[in-house]
Ligand binder design. Structure first.
Ligand code: ARG
Length: 418
C-alpha cells in the first residue's frame, strides 16, 4: 500500500541531533557576524593624512635652507619633526599618531614656514572632522612646549587624501611614501625589488635593449656612467624606461642630449660620469621620482649601509635580468679598498668602494650607471655612488667601485643646474 513519506520526514525533522546541530550552527554564524561587525566598526583602523604649515619665528631663512641636503635643512626639519612627535606622543592621541614629515621648508618674510604631512590611524567609524579638532586642540595645548623653537601654531590643519599625501611627499627628493610608517626594514641582499622601492632607478636602452642603469635626479635629468656611451652616444638611439620591469615598463621616454664628462678616462675609469636630458618633463608619482643629491662636503662613513640596484647579471658573464634587483652592501674606505689584496692603488679619490668583505653581493655587468644610495637620519634617500667598475663580480676583497657623487657635485650643477 502506498504511504505518503510525510510521516517519516516529520520524524527526521524532530530528530534531536538535527535540532541540536541546527541551533549550534545558528549560534556560531551569529557570533561570527557580530564579531565582524565589532571589528569593522571599532577596531579596523584606517590611516588619515593631514597637511599643516607651521611658522618658525626665531629662525632666519637663509640660502642654506633651500636644499634638503644641507646640514641646516636637516637639523631644522629634524627639530620640527621631533617637537611635533613629542607633542603627540605625550597627548591622548599617542596611540593614534603615526608620524610627521616636513615636506618643505620655505621662506616667509625673514622667517621660515615648514609644510608638514601628519599621519594618524583611527577606527573607521570615527569621523574625520572630530579627529581634526582633537588634533588641533593637542597642538594648542602644547603651545609652550616647543623647546627652543618659537612656533606659530598653524591657522589650519587640512585633511588630505592618501593620494595628496603621496603627491606632497614624492615631490621632495629621496622620499618614499613609507617614510612615515616606522616599518621594520625589509631584508635585502640580492633580492627582487617591489614597484616604488627605488623610484629613481631607470633603465637606459640602446635601440630598445637594456644597456645600463641610470638615476633620476630631476624631472628632466638622468645621471649615469660615462662608460655606458663607449659604443654609442647618439641620443636618438637611446630611450629611458621607468618602473621595476624592463619588459613591461611603466613609462618610456626619449633622450634629447647626452653630456659625458670631458675627462673620462677609460683606462683608469676616472670621471666615469655623464648626464642625459629627457625630451619631455616627467610627472612624478609614487613609483617614479627623484633621489636626493648630497652636498659636496657630505661625509660618507666607512661601514655604513648602502643599497645598490639594477638589472645587471647575477653571475659574472651572465645575462641581464628583466626585473629590478637590490643588494645591501657596506661602504669601504679608499684606504682599505687600495690594499694589495684588493685594488692595490687603483681606487682614485673620485671613486668609492662598497661591498661585503666576503663578497657575495655586488653590482655586475648591466648595472653600470645605476645608483648606490643611503638613507639619512630623516629616512630620505641620498645618492652616494654610480656603478662604475670592479674585478669580476662579488668576489671576496674585490668590492664594487663607484663614481663618488660628492666629488662631482659641482660638475652635476654645471651641467644641469641641479
Ligand atoms: N662595468 C660594468 C657595466 O658596464 C659594471 C661593473 C660593476 N662591477 C662590479 N663588480 N661592481 O655594467
Amino acid at each position: 500500500m502506498y504511504r505518503p513519506a510525510r510521516a517519516s520526514l516529520n520524524s527526521r525533522f524532530l530528530n534531536p541531533y538535527v535540532v541540536f546541530f541546527a541551533v549550534v550552527a545558528g549560534v556560531v554564524i551569529l557570533a561570527v557576524v557580530i564579531a565582524l561587525l565589532i571589528h569593522f566598526l571599532a577596531f579596523d583602523k584606517k590611516s588619515y593624512f593631514y597637511h599643516s604649515s607651521f611658522q618658525i619665528l626665531n629662525v632666519n631663512y637663509s640660502d642654506n635652507l633651500n636644499s634638503p641636503a644641507t646640514q641646516q635643512y636637516r637639523t631644522l626639519s629634524e627639530r620640527i619633526e621631533s617637537v611635533i612627535t613629542t607633542t603627540f606622543k605625550e597627548s591622548d592621541l599617542k596611540n593614534q599618531f603615526i608620524g610627521v614629515h616636513v615636506v618643505k621648508l620655505r621662506q616667509s618674510g625673514s622667517g621660515v614656514i615648514a609644510d608638514t604631512v601628519m599621519k594618524f590611524k583611527f577606527p573607521r567609524n570615527n569621523n574625520g572632522a572630530s579627529m581634526k579638532s582633537r588634533i588641533e586642540s593637542v597642538l594648542r595645548q602644547m603651545l609652550n612646549n616647543f623647546g627652543n623653537l618659537e612656533i606659530n601654531l598653524p591657522t589650519e590643519i587640512t585633511t588630505i587624501t592618501d593620494e595628496d599625501a603621496i603627491h606632497l611627499i614624492t615631490q621632495e627628493c629621496g622620499a618614499r611614501p613609507d617614510l612615515m610608517t616606522l616599518s621594520a626594514e625589509r631584508v635585502i641582499g640580492g633580492t627582487n625589488a617591489e614597484e616604488g622601492d627605488w623610484p629613481w632607478q631607470v633603465s637606459l636602452q640602446l635601440d630598445n635593449v637594456h644597456h645600463c642603469g641610470g638615476i633620476l635626479i630631476g624631472n628632466t635629468w638622468i645621471l649615469t656612467a660615462a662608460h655606458c656611451f663607449r659604443s654609442n652616444s647618439d641620443p636618438s638611439r637611446w630611450t629611458v624606461t621607468f618602473g621595476v620591469s624592463t619588459t613591461f615598463p611603466q613609462k618610456t621616454e626619449r633622450v634629447s642630449t647626452i653630456l659625458i664628462h670631458k675627462d673620462y678616462n677609460s683606462g683608469t675609469h676616472e670621471n666615469d660620469i655623464a648626464v642625459m636630458k629627457l625630451s619631455r618633463t616627467i610627472t612624478f608619482n609614487k613609483d617614479i621620482h627623484m633621489v636626493c643629491l648630497p652636498e659636496a662636503t657630505q661625509n660618507i662613513s666607512p661601514g655604513s649601509t648602502a643599497y645598490v640596484t639594477g638589472w645587471g647579471s647575477q653571475i659574472n658573464g651572465g645575462d641581464t635580468v628583466t626585473d629590478l634587483r637590490q643588494g645591501r652592501v657596506y661602504i669601504i674606505s679608499n684606504d682599505v679598498c687600495n690594499a694589495q689584496i684588493s685594488y692595490d692603488g687603483a681606487v682614485l679619490p673620485g671613486m668609492l668602494c662598497a661591498g661585503l668583505p666576503e663578497g657575495g653581493v655586488d653590482a655586475c655587468r648591466g648595472d653600470s650607471g645605476g645608483p648606490l644610495v643611503q638613507q639619512d637620519s630623516r629616512r630620505l634617500w641620498f645618492l652616494v655612488g654610480i656603478v662604475s667598475w670592479g674585478d669580476q663580480c662579488a668576489l671576496a676583497n674585490k668590492p664594487g667601485v663607484y663614481t663618488r657623487v660628492t666629488a662631482y657635485r659641482e660638475w652635476i650643477t654645471q651641467q644641469t643646474g641641479i
